[in-house]
Design a protein around this ligand. Structure first.
Ligand code: SAM
Length: 290
């Protein structure tokens, strides 16, 4: 590998050479600590044969290490100033850059385009913080063929994603991500390792996509509607927050909750995945009989 990009000196040098000063509107906070990017790459990639999709390569701090560990890296970047920097500075010919907004990318189509038969697909990123949750959900909802997503995000968002029921940070994003993935924290990252320095610390999570869903559902949409409604009004009791959600009356919701053995005065933040599933399945059955 050439000299590491993830240092203060090299980052400044590249920024001045190409006039690519960070843009806040793109959530650009570049990493200036090679040890951190190496840990992200090590956690993300298990074998050289894996196809790595990176989101937001920036000037290549993490990209360099991903290219070192894998034979095929595809990096999605929104900022049109950056592909030329990456092409000149990275120096690996197995890096492909796609200049597109990741939220508009059809992920499964890109997997079909780049993947060789039998190849595993993993995601890695130091995410743009202004769209952390939309990107994670976009990947989870559209990439049934991926293995894992290893991503840096604000510590507070990581805490929410990995929270358990009953915890005050447990919310819709915890339940939704944990439905799709096993969640593990790789490292905590202090704010000092970025330029510009953000106000808060970060953490890296590895989300390993489950091969099988953790609960049996009659209708996945009813499950997500239940999570959304329950946490949309998290101060309300389940009976009140779910009433009307599925076009069902208060009495019908009460019957569903009672049949599932769930006290109607409980709140969504106390429900585990099985209980959300029991409610969703109760709703799906009730709707079938209406
Ligand atoms: N990977 C680099 C690093 O670690 O130093 C940069 C990380 S920076 C936090 C986020 C990167 O995501 C920036 O390069 C930014 O331009 C890019 N980005 C922001 N929004 C994006 C989007 N919608 N699609 C693709 N890339 C995006």
């Amino acid at each position: 590998m050439r000299q590491a990009i993830a240092t203060v000196k090299k980052t400044k040098e590249i920024q001045e050479k190409y006039k690519v000063f960070t843009k806040k509107s793109f959530g650009q906070n570049f990493i200036i600590e090679p040890g951190i990017v190496e840990k992200i790459a090590n956690a993300a990639i298990q074998s050289r044969d894996e196809l790595v999709f990176e989101i937001g390569p920036g000037i290549g701090a993490l990209t360099q290490f991903l290219c070192e560990k894998s034979n095929q890296v595809v990096a999605f970047e929104i900022d049109e100033r950056l592909p030329v920097v990456l092409e000149n500075e990275i120096g690996f010919d197995h890096l492909q850059i796609v200049l597109e907004d990741i939220l508009k990318v059809d992920i499964d189509e890109k997997i079909r385009e780049f993947r060789k038969p039998g190849q595993k697909v993993v995601f890695a990123s130091n995410l743009p913080y202004y769209i952390t949750t939309p990107i994670i959900m976009h990947i989870l909802e559209n990439s049934i063929h991926a293995e894992s997503i290893t991503v840096m995000m604000q510590k507070e968002v990581a805490d929410r994603i990995k929270a358990s029921p009953g915890n005050k940070t447990y919310g819709a994003i915890s339940a939704a991500v944990q439905y799709y993935c096993e969640v593990e924290q790789v490292i905590s990252v202090p704010k000092e390792v970025f330029v510009p320095r953000p106000k808060v610390d970060s953490a890296v999570l590895k989300l390993t996509i489950r091969k099988e869903t953790p609960v049996d559902l009659i209708d996945e949409k009813a499950f997500f509607a239940c999570i959304k409604a329950g946490f949309g009004q998290r101060r309300k009791t389940l009976l009140n927050s779910l009433t009307g959600t599925y076009g069902l009356s208060k009495d019908e919701i009460r019957t569903i909750l009672e049949k599932a053995g769930i006290d109607p005065v409980r709140r969504a933040e106390t429900l585990d995945m099985n209980e959300f599933a029991d409610i969703a399945n109760g709703v799906a059955s009730a709707k079938q009989t209406i």
